[in-house]
Ligand binder design. Sequence first.
Ligand code: NAI
Length: 332
Amino acid sequence: MKIEFFSAKKYDKLFFDEANKAYSFDINYHETHLGPHIVDLIKDAEAVCVFVNDKLTRAVIEVLAAKGVKIIALRCAGFNNVDLQAAKEFNIAVCRVPSYSPEAVAEHAVAMLLTINRKTHKAYNRVREQNFSLDGLLGYNLFGKTVGVIGTGKIGKAFINIMLGFGCKVLAYDIYPDPSIEAKGVDYVPLEKLLQQSNIISLHCPLTAENHYLINNKTINQMQPGVTLLNTSRGALINTADIIEALKTKKIAALCIDVYEQEETLFFKDLSLEIIGDDQIQRLMSFPNVLLTAHQAFFTKEALQEIAQVTLDSISQIDKNTMPNNATVKLV
Ligand code: NAI
């Protein structure tokens, strides 16, 4: 089977080529994303493999169907970039990797928290300049602090376990509380109480129509002054304009984000020689108490191995008609 593989990076090729030794698919890697500009060039492929910024609109899916493509394999968990209804109508199966390494994302959130708090990123540069002073590097103990976790699914749970290990008190908010988390001594509380009582708040819920801009002027006002906020989930959980204001007034003492509302045009690209037109991200990057990474929380060897393995296995199973229709992996 031929698979046209879009938005391919060097590391994708490395891990997919390794996993493909067990399948021997003919994988054709393209650096460009899948969209109307390239879909007409697809020939003889039965599957396309895509990532978060590929555009699987109805028009693109219609062309894929006409070219005989039978499978859209998302090598990520989210599927907001695929018109599932159109895929169904054109009889194209859609699969995804619902979970690859929750620990990878949780550990990155912790790495960001430790970095912004203990300022190791500044210390690293400072000592290389033979500046051994400590001014400006003051942090706080995590031990004994109250951490509010919004969304206690796979990643939230992994994050909670680490925070409990640090000796933090954990408060949680989820629309579906999990008794196994309460058994660890974590209290589920209403969102407002979590916002009011937490020294550190970490977002681990998916982006939905209901929680778009969950963090906005109103919810920021409910937080303690000097709070540290972490977002490794989805950019639009935070209203960027409101968070910039809160950083300016010092209501928020530190912000760590691995995701950004307008990341689509920026992330996964080297733009070091470009002029960036997005003033909000430039403003965010200008704050000394903001740590921004470019959607790398998932980026560990274990996660990439799992993504490649599950994606190719799903394609193989769908091809052989042995995959049950199940919304977790096979969406259509
Ligand atoms: P999950 O589905 O296991 O858990 C999500 C939890 O959020 C569930 O318990 C659900 O009940 C809860 N939830 C849903 N809506 C909510 C709301 N309005 N308020 C509070 N809780 C709500 O998902 P998982 O695997 O833990 O992933 C969480 C999110 O992490 C993903 O949706 C994705 O946005 C993000 N993610 C980020 C990655 C990165 O590299 N930065 C990589 C993978 C996922």
